[in-house]
Design a protein around this ligand. Structure first.
Ligand code: PMP
Length: 446
């Protein structure tokens, strides 16, 4: 598949193409680019200066408040008082690395592991999803003796050197590294297949055969279990079962990257892989884990960790510090006490139904898909040809921004709206979003 745009180019501000109309924003942009370089990435034709946030709302320096339909990091709600208080209390009590004993850290590890299948009984805490994935690659290499990895065509797994090599969406136009093979993500819209799981498993088997022919030993497959950067593909449930069987049949490990779907977003369960009825060998996580406090982690079976530790030790200065652990505990409490998984399921369905209704009059909407509060809305020039329409997605994103709604794009062509709000998003917020999408699309098509 031809990747049209690098992942960070989606919905990015282009200083060559436009200058902010607002004087204050113009100065804020110049200040940013002067210090961080002209390549620093910002969102929107008219970037937004954010000053504070609460729940699903972000307050702009322009005096407007914006409905957040994009951000999955403040997953239980921006500045959730429980998480803020947990961080505040712990940072005023003790914050050190994990080479000292501390009960908060152990409580968090135990709580987190209790949410995972019994076989996944160890965890290593990091600060980012990239670090967790980088470590997972090392574990898979140590456990299998292999170096070869399989990923989806538009995968994004983070920003370290090793992880960028398994993130084709970060390096369009560049050949894959010799140890990496890609397989197409499932795609109910463009490649409908009666048995997409079997098709993917066959592609995985072929990729393993190809690397073996070239003398590369297979180490494993890493997949975002909702294929978000491939355009959000959650269905059909169970899809990954034949895929993991193919990986195991060839001695590899399956790494479930839960940075996007994890912590309740899919509305089915806490983890995206549960939708597919599989038990991964390694689970990596990040983003929503600390609701904005930098946290990541890798959970796995003790034998795998022991195989890695026989060769290497791992220490992460800030990973799993007591403040992170306190934030992480508060996040798990809030997800449970506020019923956020159920909310993701119910509001997600409501949102999909509402979008289907407006799709009756907006023929540029090709498909609406997803799980829970992770929905992809794909735009096409027409429904017969299914030619991707990134310009429609972009016009909608910028039109919604003008109306106080924040959203972004995904997929190989950047023509899919990535609907991924904090999990406390209610039906009243869904109504605002649907109504405004309807209005902007009506204006665009005029
Ligand atoms: N995996 C996936 C699926 C992601 O979406 C991301 C971040 N967008 C990462 C890993 C990397 O996480 P981080 O930016 O915290 O390093």
């Amino acid at each position: 598949m031809q990747i049209e745009k690098e992942i960070l180019a989606l919905n990015a501000y282009d200083p060559q193409a436009s200058k902010p109309g607002n004087e204050r924003t113009h100065h804020a942009v110049e200040r940013r680019l002067t210090a961080f370089g002209r390549g620093a990435v910002l969102f929107y034709r008219e970037p937004i200066e954010a000053v504070s946030a609460e729940g699903v709302w972000i307050q702009g320096a322009d005096g407007r408040r914006y409905l957040d339909v994009y951000n999955n990091v403040p997953s239980v709600g921006h500045c959730h008082p429980r998480v803020v208080e947990a961080i505040r209390q712990q940072v005023g009590t003790l914050n050190i690395h994990t080479r000292y004993l501390n009960a908060v850290v152990d409580s968090y590890a135990e709580r987190l592991l209790s949410t995972l299948p019994a076989a996944i009984a160890n965890v290593v805490l990091t600060c980012t999803g990239s670090e967790a994935n980088d470590l997972a690659l090392r574990v898979a290499q140590a456990a299998t003796g292999g170096t070869g990895f399989i990923v989806s065509e538009m995968a994004y797994h983070g920003n370290t050197a090793a992880v960028t090599e398994v993130s084709p969406s970060s390096r369009p136009g560049r050949p894959l590294a010799a140890h990496v093979r890609t397989v197409p993500a499932p795609d109910s819209y463009r490649k409908p297949d009666e048995y997409p799981g079997q098709a993917m498993a066959a592609a995985v088997t072929a990729a393993i055969a190809d690397m073996t022919r070239k003398g590369i030993r297979f180490a494993g497959m890493i997949a975002d279990t909702i294929f978000s950067s491939d355009g959000v593909h959650a269905d059909p449930p169970g899809l990954l079962a034949p895929v993991i069987a193919a990986v195991h049949a060839h001695g590899g490990l399956f790494i479930a990257d839960e940075v996007q779907p994890g912590f309740g977003r899919t509305g089915d369960a806490l983890w995206g892989f549960e939708r597919h009825g599989i038990v991964p060998d390694i689970v990596t996580m990040g983003k929503p884990m600390g609701n904005g406090f930098p946290m990541g982690g890798m959970a796995l079976g003790p034998d795998l960790l022991a195989a890695f530790n026989a060769r290497d030790k791992y220490f992460n200065t800030f990973g799993g510090n007591p403040v992170a652990a306190a934030a992480g505990l508060a996040v798990l409490d809030v997800i449970r006490e506020e019923g956020l998984i159920e909310n993701a399921r119910d509001v997600g369905r409501y949102l999909q139904d509402g979008l289907r209704e407006i799709a009756n009059r907006h023929l540029a909407i090709g498909e609406i898909r997803g799980a829970g509060l992770f929905i992809g809305l794909e735009f096409v020039t027409d429904r017969e040809s299914k030619i991707p329409a990134p310009e429609t997605a972009s016009a909608l994103i910028n039109g919604l921004r003008e109306r106080g709604i924040l959203i972004g794009a995904a997929g190989a062509y950047g023509n899919t709206l990535k609907i991924r709000p904090p999990l406390c998003f209610g039906k009243e917020h869904a109504d605002v979003f649907i109504e405004q999408c309807d209005a902007v699309l009506a204006r665009i098509s005029q």
